[in-house]
Design a binder for this molecule. Structure first.
Ligand code: 26Q
Length: 798
């Protein structure tokens, strides 16, 4: 079934039409790039009808709209996703091959849109897809960064960053909307005029909209992702130009464009950066103006706002939405202050994604007051009024000369949610304990999810085909139906097919690794994968320490029947995070030594794949046997990679952290390799004086692995290279790598033994797939709709 009617020509005609009339090339001279653009335009044509129909249906229903405000949308490539959701993938492959082209090569020509750092940005992208699949009238708002997350390469094992340039190619999915543009002010002063406060900004930039349609499964519904680009209001300073200053005349344009030039590459706060605060206000203000303009065009009475609009703040990055909305309602529209605050608070909701103290956003009061003077006044008043109503506790948003954006978001939100059960519980007990006591019921949990269209159906066609062959294709739009697989898992043919699909995915990956990185890997070895941002709390160094210990054990006893393993790492470190970059170098150095060892490399190889992104994840996850989810308990808010692996039939070795807890509950403890301290035990352990030293003294393996690294076994020309890492682990070891090492080693040896029983392993892997249906982002979005937004589906089937 394809979405084609009498007016739409066949896809091949569409491709040729766009090649000629949009790209301006004839087939004889077209490059792969031209063909990819032509196919994308032809596919985009098919989305537009669904898009218009959705927009019409939203207006006609007068339904509540959901707005998802996020600094990051890590969307990756869009062509394959669009084809799958339009159910055009088969026709497209035939059409492209009919033109004599390699379909995969065409798909792989698309740049990976990396407008995000990691989990938070990818979650936003999965949510947009699910919002469309569920026919929830919604819109995503963000920034159209010219440069997304940097490209990573290695120079002698060290991370090197280069600018990412996705927009240097034509971005075929977007529609420029010059008519939707708003002036966004900064600085200046505030004065009272006729009893109202009036903010006169010192400077202003233009926010210009670019819309990308987001098509849901089977094109049931299509929402919009609206990204804002910054422009100067006057593109040229004519006075300067006329005085002969031709370069200076372009400076205002350069300064304005700087706001949407580049994504901040840190996934923990880099505090105090003025440009970052400007980015936050820029996109939040533009989005709120747009939301109110749309509201006004549909409804008369602004008091209806909370009934007709739900705004979700993706972390505190858009937290300035609170004061900005109050400013628009009170200063601009003249509502009484208390009513303005009440309306704003009933419209806004806030998702918290981290409890790490360094990632909780705080802005110096003087910076806020200089850049957004009226907002600073409003923040003080909102905070004072809140404190006056709840005098007993210290829950201020403004304290110690800083604005605490988490507290501000909490005070200004109808609902505040965590992203896994454990994380939500910890929010109540730790950072938001006092605010939670004042507002019990405000904090709710919505455990994260991932879209099964991209993360199983599209990225793992072999497994998806087997599932569909067994239970039909209903699972793609209703992932909990994967449970229907379970009664079939005793079938030897099905087991063989599942094992065969994994083996073929691994062979593909092995070929790719050989061709692109020159390392030969045996597809029958266990593929052990840790892919995520590099962070001490995620403990890539625990994984590599175990690799060194295993290497030593194999060397000491090469014929002990070791289970062959390939340890695969990928992930970027924030450019300023020195320790994380050192971990990358360590992994690369360990890889060089181990892979060159003729005795041990039959059993253990290590590779760090550069430039991790959504596309690489789509290649690795279907080929993984083992998923490393080994963060210090209490630190990973949820994780979403963990869900993608389980869904694709990888077993997890993991701690009781984030959504790991819920994954284990769903797939069964016997199908999950648990190790390590609980969040509570972590807190207690940290209080033990000399915990790392004790753990090292008790575990000769750990001591030897640390000593090898310390003594330069993997950095022979430079023996002190890793003294910062070994010093940290032997000393403070805040993330308790040493204290969890012995149990991690134990769990890994259980993994080895389990992998040797291939039939049993396949059964456990298949059970992971069959029992992961709950981790669909469709389930998550249904939860937000019912418990946070009060929004209804407008679709026939959702
Ligand atoms: C803030 C201020 C200044 C500069 C950067 C930042 C910043 C940017 C990105 C702070 C945090 C982030 C990203 C956080 C993030 O990705 N958190 C992850 O969110 C996922 C989705 O909920 C969870 O699954 C992960 O556990 C969590 O780490």
């Amino acid at each position: 079934m394809t979405y084609q009617d009498a007016r739409t020509p066949g896809l091949q005609d569409g491709i040729l039409h766009h090649l000629t009339y949009t790209i301006g090339k004839d087939a004889a001279h077209a490059t792969l790039h031209d063909w990819r653009l032509a196919l994308s335009f032809a596919v985009r044509d098919r989305i537009v009808d669904s898009w218009f129909a959705s927009t019409r249906a939203s207006y006609e229903a007068g339904a509540k709209r959901v707005y998802y405000l996020s600094m990051e949308f890590l969307i990756g490539r869009l062509l394959g996703d669009a084809l799958v959701n339009l159910r055009l993938d088969g026709e497209a492959k035939a059409a492209v091959e009919g033109l004599g082209l390699d379909f995969d090569a065409v798909l792989h020509d698309e740049p990976d849109a990396a407008l995000g750092n990691g989990g938070l940005g990818r979650l936003a992208a999965c949510f947009l897809e699910s919002l469309s699949t569920l026919a929830c009238p919604a819109m995503g708002y963000g920034i159209r960064y010219e440069h997304g997350l940097f490209r990573q390469s290695f120079d002698n094992g060290r991370q090197v960053e280069a600018p990412e340039t996705w927009l240097q190619q034509r971005h075929v999915w977007e529609f420029e909307r010059p008519e939707a543009a708003y002036s966004i002010g900064f600085g200046g002063h505030v004065a009272e005029q006729d009893g109202r406060m009036v903010w006169t900004p010192a400077e202003a930039v233009l926010a210009e909209a670019y819309d990308t349609p987001v098509v849901g499964w089977e094109a049931r519904w299509t929402n919009t992702l609206r990204l804002w680009a910054a422009r100067a209001i006057d593109p040229l300073d004519l006075a300067r130009f006329n005085h002969g200053d031709h370069v200076g005349a372009a400076v205002p344009e350069m300064l304005a464009r700087a706001i949407s030039r580049v994504l901040y590459p840190d996934d923990t706060t880099e505090a105090g950066k003025e440009l970052r605060l400007k980015q936050e206000y820029f996109f939040t203000a533009a989005s709120l103006h747009d939301i109110l303009r749309r509201f006004d065009s549909e409804h008369g009475d602004i008091r209806l706002l909370p009934e007709k609009v739900a705004i979700q703040l993706n972390d505190t990055h858009p937290a300035i939405a609170g004061p900005e909305l109050v400013r628009l309602l009170h200063d601009t529209r003249g509502l009484p202050f208390d009513e303005a605050v009440d309306i704003a608070r009933r419209t806004l909701n806030y998702t918290n994604h981290t409890l790490l103290p360094e990632a909780l956003e705080k802005w110096p009061v003087p910076l806020m007051a200089r850049l957004l003077p009226r907002h600073m006044m409003l923040i003080e008043r909102i905070d004072a009024d809140h404190a006056a109503r709840f005098p007993a506790r210290a829950t201020h948003a403004v304290a110690d000369g800083e604005v605490n954006m988490g507290a501000l978001s909490f005070i200004m939100a109808n609902r505040v949610n965590g992203v896994s059960a454990l994380h939500t519980g910890l929010m109540k007990q730790t950072v938001f304990a006092d605010l939670h006591a004042l507002h019990p019921g405000r904090i709710v949990n919505q455990t994260n999810g991932v879209t099964p269209r991209r993360w199983l159906h599209a990225c793992n066609p072999r497994l998806a085909g087997i599932i569909t062959g067994t239970i039909g294709e209903g699972w793609i739009g209703d992932l909990e139906r994967l449970a229907e697989l379970e009664p079939h898992l005793g079938d030897a043919g099905l087991q063989q097919a599942i094992a065969g699909a994994k083996r073929a995915n691994k062979a593909d990956l092995a070929d790719w690794i050989g061709a692109t990185h020159g390392l030969s890997v045996d597809p029958d070895a266990m593929f052990d994968v840790q892919i995520k941002r590099i962070h001490e709390y995620k403990r890539q160094h625990l994984n590599i320490l175990e690799a060194v210990a295993l290497w030593q054990a194999i060397r000491a006893n090469p014929d002990a029947g070791w289970t062959p393993r390939i340890k695969i790492f990928a992930g970027k470190a924030a450019p300023g995070y020195v320790f994380a970059k050192k971990i990358i170098r360590l992994v690369n150095d360990v890889a060089a030594v181990l892979n060159a060892d003729p005795v041990t490399s039959r059993y253990l190889k290590v590779i760090f794949l550069p430039n991790y992104n959504v596309t690489l994840a789509e290649r690795l996850i279907p080929a993984a046997d083992l998923s490393e989810q080994i963060s210090t308990a209490g630190k990973e808010a949820s994780g979403t990679g963990n869900m993608k692996f389980a869904l694709n039939g990888a077993l997890t070795v993991g701690t009781l952290d984030g959504a790991n807890v819920e994954i284990r509950d769903h797939v069964g403890a016997e199908n999950f390799f648990l190790f390590g301290m609980t969040a509570e035990e972590v807190v207690a352990r940290r209080a033990v004086e000399g915990h790392a030293g004790q753990a090292i003294a008790a575990d000769p393996r750990l001591a030897a692995a640390l000593a090898a690294i310390h003594d330069g076994a993997v950095s022979p020309g430079d023996p002190t290279r890793y003294h910062d890492i070994t010093g940290n682990l032997r000393g403070p070891d805040y993330f308790l790598v040493c204290s969890d090492f012995a149990d991690y080693w134990r769990a890994q040896r259980e993994v080895d033994a389990a992998y040797r029983d291939a039939a049993h392993w396949t059964r456990m892997a298949a059970l992971n797939t069959a029992r992961s249906g709950w981790f669909s982002s469709d389930r998550t979005i249904r939860g937000y709709m019912a418990e946070i937004w009060g929004a209804a589906s407008l679709g026939p089937r959702a």
